[in-house]
Design a protein around this ligand. Structure first.
Ligand code: ATP
Ligand code: MG
Length: 419
């Protein structure tokens, strides 16, 4: 892509309203804009990152044998009455009336909807096991929406639901999702911890949360300094050492990006969602549910990886992999080298942007650092005289020279190591 044609409204000044770094940097990098409290627009750059995260999740979910679908966001009141959650969910659920004065809730989560679908469509044990998932905008009227897209009233979630004929099947699917989530967060390049969790309003028994480690995280965690055990600090204040290996605990902070639950028959009992088992007996589905805050991952990744100049993206979720920066667009030689490199990299399937804007080099350097593109290739008068360009990795302090002809090869090698 050509930078000049892109809608990336970067800001020089720090926006007053932003309390945490990711919020500030997303506004400054032109990734998001606020419409109302806890409601944000994703501009092209922010949307691109969101899609990269979404695609990592999609590919891992598909590999695990889960199937994608899309459920409605408007939920009829009677379904939520059946589980008692119309009242239980309280003010966090946004409610609307249609023209016939019928009440609907805007979906904050989808257990009712998926269980209703299952009770209508899945009749026999032969149709099990099954994992269904979706990417969807969720609505939660949070008391204190804050920190940009970290805690929103409208946000993107990936939610999955498993259906099994017995507890053994559920345990298997749960393990599969547990592993799949590990793969997803690893592939996003995030440093994270897994903690045992409280099932809360969703219900069920066994439950785990995935926490991205960052100083600004809302959750305080105790992690063992010897093994990988971690727990939420508030639930287990009296623990002084690791129950697994007796190692010492350290206190750190985390951002919840994923939550998995063994629901058992909670929803299938309440909604009378049954299938015929091997013995011809009506039996409730044994369910699990698995959520990931897709949009929250984007903010969490920035909290975890940035410096004073801006975002430092991990390659798999960077808005672009490579940026080519011609020092002056008035110089024909520079533009020729830049244009040819751009074409070659594009042909290799590399996600590259050419900063062809008529701006001072200083402005371009600042924006590249702010936006956080992992690989920058600078094309300048002096270097091209020696048939070189300058390559700099966003995460490193120093740059190095590379032969123009060798550059596509070098970039491919760098990409391989950074994925
Ligand atoms: P939290 O404790 O942060 O409110 P939750 O327990 O209510 O989260 P779940 O119902 O498990 O969250 O939803 C699945 C995932 O959706 C969470 O792990 C989180 O990453 C994300 N999420 C939840 N609420 C929000 C929100 N208001 N804004 C952005 N992402 C959210
Ligand atoms: Mg919540």
């Amino acid at each position: 892509m050509l930078f000049s044609g892109m809608f990336i409204p970067t800001l020089k000044e720090n926006p007053q309203e932003a309390e945490i770094i990711s919020h500030r940097l997303m506004l400054r990098a032109g990734m998001i804009r606020k419409l109302a409290a806890g409601i944000y627009s994703y501009l092209p750059l922010g949307f691109k990152v969101l899609k990269k995260v979404e695609n990592i999740i999609r590919s891992q979910m598909n590999s695990a044998g889960a199937q994608e679908l899309l459920l409605p966001t408007l939920h009829p009141r009677h379904l939520w009455e059946e589980t008692g959650r119309w009242n239980e969910y309280g003010k966090e659920m946004l409610k609307v009336l249609d023209r016939h004065k019928r009440e609907f809730g805007l979906g904050p989560t989808h257990e009712e909807i998926i269980t209703d679908l299952a009770r209508r469509e899945i009749k026999s044990y032969r149709q099990l096991p099954l994992i269904l998932y979706q990417f969807q905008t969720k609505f939660r009227d949070e008391i204190r929406p804050r920190f940009g897209i970290m805690r929103c009233r409208e946000f993107l979630m990936k939610d999955a639901y498993s259906f099994d004929k017995d507890a053994e099947g559920l345990a298997k699917n749960y393990d599969k999702m547990y592993e799949t989530y590990n793969n997803i967060f690893t592939q996003c390049g995030l440093e994270f911890k897994l903690v045992e969790a409280d099932p809360g309003l969703i219900g069920g028994s066994v439950s785990h949360e995935y926490m991205v480690l960052a100083d600004t995280g809302e959750e305080e965690l105790l992690t063992c300094q010897k093994c990988d055990y971690a727990i939420k600090a508030k639930a287990e204040h009296n623990l002084t050492s690791c129950p697994k290996c007796k190692g010492k605990f350290a206190s750190i902070r985390g951002i919840e990006v994923g939550h998995i639950f063994q629901l058992g028959t909670k929803y299938s009992d309440l909604l009378k969602a049954n299938f015929l088992d091997e013995n011809g007996k009506q039996t409730p589905f044994v369910m699990g549910c698995y959520g990931i805050g897709v949009s929250r991952i984007v903010a969490a990744a920035i909290e975890q990886s940035h410096d004073d100049d801006g975002i430092i993206w991990q390659m798999p979720i960077a808005p672009f992999e490579v940026l080519i920066l011609p020092i002056s667009i008035a110089d024909d030689k520079i533009m020729k080298v830049s244009g040819e490199l751009y074409k070659k990299l594009k042909k290799e399937g590399i996600d590259v942007v050419l900063d062809d804007r008529d701006e001072q080099a200083g402005v371009k350097f600042k924006d590249t650092d702010l936006i956080g593109i992992p690989i920058r290739i600078t094309v300048g008068t002096k270097t091209i005289k020696e048939n070189n360009v300058e390559i700099k990795l966003r995460k490193d302090k120093n740059s190095f020279k590379e032969k123009i002809s060798e550059t596509p090869c070098k970039v491919k090698e760098l990409l391989k190591n950074m994925k």
